[in-house]
Design a binder for this molecule. Structure first.
Ligand code: SAH
Length: 233
């Protein structure tokens, strides 16, 4: 056997080993995700089959900094840098359910952060517009979502307090940072019959609200107390 052949055989086995490692890793995270869906999401009353499927499908560990991958399926928010966090999985599922996403919907998210909530929504609606105020986070999320193949998510760096008037009106708006009051611009950019899911508060905890636009009027519904990073004005 020539030296070159030996080298080739060695490289072949190395590649085989690497593939086996990747497969085991993927499988490991899929099991953790299944446990997350069962114990944190289903157990707390999220019943929408579409949402449960998507929470099982989207790989949350790809949206956290690599040293935190192992904690990605735990029942808590995690830091993503710049003093910001990726929300707790249950809160993502709950807010998604409150938004009542439909396949033909165009939705707006304020606070892209890691891009995880946007990815969950993109599996359920036609188009997701998402705004992030920190340029570095917006750039990382944009790149990540592109690598993961999401062609229906549009990331913009800017102040979400103003909404995205050029793309309005939206069927639904989800806000994942907390303003002191509901921004008027978001109410204006919401379609008749649509809803805004938003954590609002002058202090802590904030109130998670759903605002429904019905016959031009806004009907508010309190859901639960939550803790979100403040919305920058
Ligand atoms: N939805 C995110 C979690 C977001 S954390 C995820 O799935 O990971 C809240 C994010 O809102 C932070 O990244 C923060 O920088 C951003 N943010 C705060 N104020 C904002 C504003 N006025 N406009 C847009 N984004 C804002």
């Amino acid at each position: 056997m020539t030296q070159l052949m030996k080298k080739k055989i060695f490289l072949f086995f190395l590649l085989l080993l690497f593939n086996a490692f990747c497969f085991a890793q993927k499988n490991h995270f899929a099991i953790l995700r299944k446990q997350m869906v069962e114990s944190q999401i289903k157990a707390r009353g999220i019943k929408d089959i579409g949402i449960l499927k998507v929470m099982q499908k989207v790989e949350r560990h790809k949206f956290v900094p690599p040293p935190l991958e192992e904690y990605a399926y735990e029942d808590r928010p995690l830091p993503i840098g710049y003093g910001q966090t990726i929300s707790q999985p249950y809160i993502v599922a709950l807010m998604t359910q409150l938004l009542s996403p439909k396949p033909k919907d165009k939705v707006l998210e304020i606070g892209t952060g890691s891009g995880y909530q946007a990815a969950i929504l993109a599996e359920l609606v036609e188009k997701v517009y998402t705004i992030e105020i920190i340029p570095e986070l917006a750039e990382v999320a944009k790149e990540k979502l592109k690598i993961l193949g999401y062609e229906n998510i549009f990331v913009k760096c800017g102040n979400g307090y103003l909404g995205w008037p050029e793309m309005a009106p939206f069927d639904g708006i989800i806000v994942t940072c907390s303003p002191k009051d509901v921004p008027q611009s978001l109410i204006e950019q919401l379609k008749e019959g649509g809803q805004i899911v938003i954590p609002v508060g002058k202090g802590l905890p904030q109130k998670l609200l759903v605002l429904y636009k019905k016959e031009g009027k806004i009907i508010k519904k309190y859901i639960t107390d939550v803790l979100f990073v403040p919305m920058k004005h």
